[in-house]
Design a binder for this molecule. Structure first.
Ligand SMILES: Nc1ncnc2c1ncn2[C@@H]1O[C@H](COP(=O)(O)OP(=O)(O)O)[C@@H](O)[C@H]1O
Ligand SMILES: [Mg+2]
Length: 336
């Protein structure tokens, strides 16, 4: 009865209820008083849910929060996700609190760095509203191809396989106006109907923020790690805190945080400028007990290589390559 009522309560911002999300830790009745214990991290969402629960179950209901969640990369138990990608040994989701922070650039260069280490890597562009990966890998003008086995043949460049909704549209700049349920079905098809072969890593470039697509991926795939990209300014860090708390709530293991556009070194003088402030990413990682994977400077070579479809980790100079290689090494260390 109580569970039926709780099942009508949705997690703020998502179309999923708190019972299915395994956020309801326990329901007890003590001398006529109902006590609901929630296992969650997000303070704002906790307040909203407390109100919603009291509305449904009566104002006297006590809503508590389970304290002392483990500070490992595996928060609580995973919600027993499906596995739509049994061909991949590990699935890495690259996410961010907001757009434009360099998430896709990280996804591409992390993938290339892993491929350079000899791993078999597939990159799925799940950012259906900004599918930039084909351009960044120099495949923007390719279109979808089907193999004899009725599977989609992924594009391939710089040693990685790639699939993106960007490859399904007639031209690279066709806008996509999809409802999230349509986007989710397209992504599931990419997981199941693409001829990825055996992969050591499936890297997913997620849409920014926290919504249905992120949640679906967390439920349909056993994510080995979420990698969160942020820039150092306080507004971006606020968004990233929200994203971290949601990932903890839906049991996505967090592999670490990357601070992008962290500082700028003037090519002529060598002087360092902390344009957006610096160190905020590392402090945020510490605050939430998640690994800090590294800082990437604002560097024109990263932008030009990315725009030209020649990833800096493949075609850039050693200094730039090393930035992403070191991040890949740290991530591998976290995953051990
Ligand atoms: N470290 C960096 N230095 C310079 N330009 C960068 C850096 N990271 C990303 N960019 C550029 O910033 C823009 C946004 O990056 P992108 O990866 O597309 O962000 P997101 O996927 O988060 O929206 C792109 O033009 C990209 O080339
Ligand atoms: Mg992007």
């Amino acid at each position: 009865m109580i569970y039926d009522k709780l099942r009508t309560i949705l997690y703020p911002g998502l179309e999923r209820n708190i019972v299915d999300l395994k956020i309801v830790e326990s329901v007890k009745t003590d001398n006529g008083q109902t006590v609901i214990t929630l296992s969650m991290q997000n303070d704002e969402a906790f307040e909203v849910l407390t109100e919603r629960i009291k509305e449904k179950l009566g104002a006297k209901t006590l809503v508590e929060r389970k304290e002392a969640l483990k500070k490992s990369i595996h928060y609580g138990h995973t919600a027993h996700p499906n596995n739509r990608a049994p061909y991949a040994k590990r699935v890495i989701a690259v996410t961010s609190g907001k757009g434009g922070v360099g998430k896709s650039t990280v996804a591409v260069n992390l993938s290339v760095a892993l491929a350079q280490k000899g791993f078999k890597v597939g990159l799925l562009d799940a950012d259906v509203y900004g599918p930039d990966i084909p351009r960044m890998l120099g495949c923007a003008h390719e279109t979808l191809r089907w193999g004899d086995n009725d599977k989609i043949i992924p594009s391939e460049n710089f040693g990685i396989k790639l699939m993106s909704v960007g490859l399904t549209t007639p031209s690279p700049d066709t806008p996509l106006v999809w409802r999230s349920s349509v986007a989710v079905s397209a992504l599931i098809q990419f997981l199941e109907d693409v001829d990825w072969g055996e992969l050591d890593f499936l890297v997913i470039d997620m849409p920014p923020g926290t919504g249905d697509i992120q949640l679906t991926m967390a439920q349909e795939l056993p994510l080995a790690a979420g990698v969160i990209v942020t820039t150092p300014q306080p507004v971006a860090l606020d968004d990233v805190s929200r994203a971290i708390m949601m990932f903890k709530d839906i049991h996505v293991p967090i592999g670490g945080l990357i601070e992008n556009m962290s500082y700028f070194i003037a090519p002529d003088t060598g002087k360092r400028y902390d344009i957006f402030g610096t160190g905020g990413g590392e402090a945020t990682a510490k605050k939430y007990g998640i690994p800090f994977l590294g800082a990437i400077p604002l560097d024109m070579r990263i932008r030009t290589h990315s725009d030209n479809g020649t990833p800096p980790t493949a075609m850039g100079d050693e200094a730039v390559k090393n930035l992403y290689k070191e991040i890949a090494d740290r991530l591998l260390g976290v995953l051990q």
